[in-house]
Design a protein around this ligand. Structure first.
Ligand SMILES: Cc1cc2nc3c(=O)[nH]c(=O)nc-3n(C[C@H](O)[C@H](O)[C@H](O)COP(=O)(O)OP(=O)(O)OC[C@H]3O[C@@H](n4cnc5c(N)ncnc54)[C@H](O)[C@@H]3O)c2cc1C
Length: 500
């Protein structure tokens, strides 16, 4: 009989892990608490609108392709990817102007030059650096399991640490290239994807600009959930069994060795290896007895969590010509906006926000001549709101969109509205402090400093997903699946696997 692997949670990390182990010949069983697969990459349909609830930016297509190839598949056989043009539109609150990013160096450099003399050339230099960092990170850092500090502070970091910008902060780094407040915002906003602020993030993360400016922004026709369906299909094709509506209540441990799980239903499933894709705090503090926890409550309370989000899913009765597929509104007081999220948590009165209008590209996500909007405002994790505060805040956000994004009379055009925020993340995904993304990516929670993907107290217990390495992001969670696979098989190579 083949060895059995149990995976807790069918988020992207869990589905990716299920695929890899099933293809290798293990007997794989996945237990997911929710009815839907995909974790935070969730979906719901209402009144003819199909809402992707979480991720919407398909970035770094090479990393997705690598995973599919490892599974013996081709992305194009599963996803109909469209390259967006423009990649995204930015609205600036400071002067009511807007800027389209095309992920075309000629057009983007010209647009930068028009805002600041010399910025066109500086954009080219900046993106060359981002590309270098991306290449080094994907070949030497991201696909590597860290055990000791020396695995991270290796010869490459020691000799090239300065060049790789490991130890400086993102805002300082960006400021060396661009003087204008607006262009600094453009190069820094991606830190929100990593759940951190440009004032805290290591400048190494300027590799993110390689993804959106150089590689381009993609969208799977039919919606982001098509990716989830593809990952589940591939895992099942290789023999994995995925059980939804099956919350795990306990990881069973005998003499320090993982033996399986007990479901909330009382059913027991035995295994040789248990891999948890569920939120790490939840796994450690709710599914394990205290003596088997690697981290103390004090450890968790000292972690910096990525923001939560105040999200509006909106069905709109007509097309909104001022919007493109991805739209960002940057608040004028950037520093205060980050302080409202991290330092002095409150609902930001002048927030930066993101509006996704997938119906601009994809007629299948809204009824004809209607618009599907996903509006996301990053807010502090653990923020408590009454129902009336949520309503008042949604009105504030809608007025901002009307005033700053050229959507006159938006409120009268809304035919469906759902608010989703901190407590929903906590309830739906067992997310610690209701964070949307999990552990933030500041320096002390990156690479060697991020929780490792195995339990120090329980043999045979591993982790995959955003809470461990490499961290947050859909394609990044697929790397976490590969790292769990490498960990179990004692593979210590630094680069992507070529075969299972
Ligand atoms: C609003 C939003 C927008 C985002 N935008 C983007 C984007 O545009 N591009 C991008 O690349 N990334 C984006 N991300 C980040 C990305 O979606 C996440 O980093 C990634 O999906 C997390 O995957 P994961 O593997 O950590 O699993 P999770 O999604 O956290 O899933 C874990 C699963 O475990 C399940 N679970 C929990 N407890 C139990 C239990 N006891 N028993 C059984 N199951 C359990 C949960 O229900 C869940 O399904 C976004 C995230 C959010 C929330």
């Amino acid at each position: 009989m083949s060895k059995k692997v149990i995976i807790i949670g069918a988020g992207i990390g869990g589905l990716g892990t299920a695929g890899l182990f099933a293809k290798k010949g293990y007997e794989v069983e996945v237990f997911e608490k929710n009815e839907n697969l995909g974790g935070r990459a969730n979906i719901f349909e209402q009144d003819g609108f199909k809402f992707d609830m979480g991720p919407s930016w398909y970035l770094a297509p090479d990393i997705f392709s690598h995973f599919f190839e490892l599974m013996g598949e081709r992305v194009e056989d599963h996803l109909d990817l469209v390259r967006l043009d423009p990649s995204y539109r930015i609205f600036f609150q400071s002067d009511s102007s807007k800027l389209d990013i095309h992920s075309d160096i000629e057009r983007d450099a010209a647009a930068f030059e028009a805002i600041e003399q010399g910025a066109g050339d500086n954009l080219r230099k900046y993106l060359a650096q981002s590309e270098y960092q991306y290449e080094v990170a994907t070949q030497h850092f991201m696909f590597k399991n860290y055990d000791r500090i020396w695995d991270f502070l290796n010869k490459r970091v020691a000799t090239e640490g300065q060049k790789l910008s490991v130890f400086s902060r993102m805002h300082t780094f960006v400021s060396r290239f661009f003087r204008s407040h607006k262009l600094r915002q453009v190069m820094e906003y991606t830190m929100v994807f990593l759940g951190t602020s440009p004032y805290e993030a290591p400048a190494l993360y300027n590799l993110m600009s390689h993804m959106d400016f150089n590689q381009g922004v993609f969208y799977p026709q039919g919606g982001f959930y098509e990716l989830i369906k593809a990952l589940a299909r591939i895992a099942e094709k290789n023999g994995a069994v995925i059980r939804t509506s099956s919350p795990v209540a306990e990881i069973l441990v005998t003499n320090g060795v993982a033996k399986g799980v007990r479901l909330e239903s009382g059913d027991i499933a035995e295994a040789y290896i248990v891999i948890s894709n569920a939120d790490m705090y939840h796994t450690e503090t709710r599914l394990l007895e205290p003596k088997y926890r690697t981290f103390s409550e004090r450890y968790w309370q000292k972690r910096v969590m990525a923001p939560s989000a105040f999200i509006l899913y909106l069905g709109v009765s007509e097309k909104l010509p001022s919007l493109t597929h991805h739209n960002l509104l940057f608040s004028e007081d950037w520093r205060k906006n980050f302080a409202d999220i991290y330092d002095d948590p409150c609902l930001p009165n002048e927030p930066s926000l993101y509006v996704c209008a997938p119906s601009v590209t994809d007629p299948s996500v809204a009824p004809a001549e209607k618009e599907n909007l996903f509006v996301l405002v990053p807010i502090a994790s653990n923020l408590k709101m009454t129902e009336s505060e949520k309503h008042t805040y949604s009105e504030r956000i809608l007025s901002l969109m009307e005033a700053e994004m050229g959507i006159d009379g938006l409120r009268e055009k809304i035919v469906y509205k759902r608010i989703y925020t901190v407590e929903n993340f906590a309830a739906d995904y067992n997310s610690f402090k209701g964070s949307a993304l999990g552990l933030a990516h500041n320096l002390m929670q990156t690479a060697i400093f991020r929780p490792k993907n195995f339990s120090k107290k329980v043999k045979g217990l591993y982790y995959a997903g955003a809470g461990t390495n490499p961290g947050i992001g859909t394609q990044i969670c697929l790397i976490s699946a590969e790292l769990a696979y490498k960990r179990v098989h004692g593979i210590t190579s630094a680069g992507p696997l070529e075969a299972l």
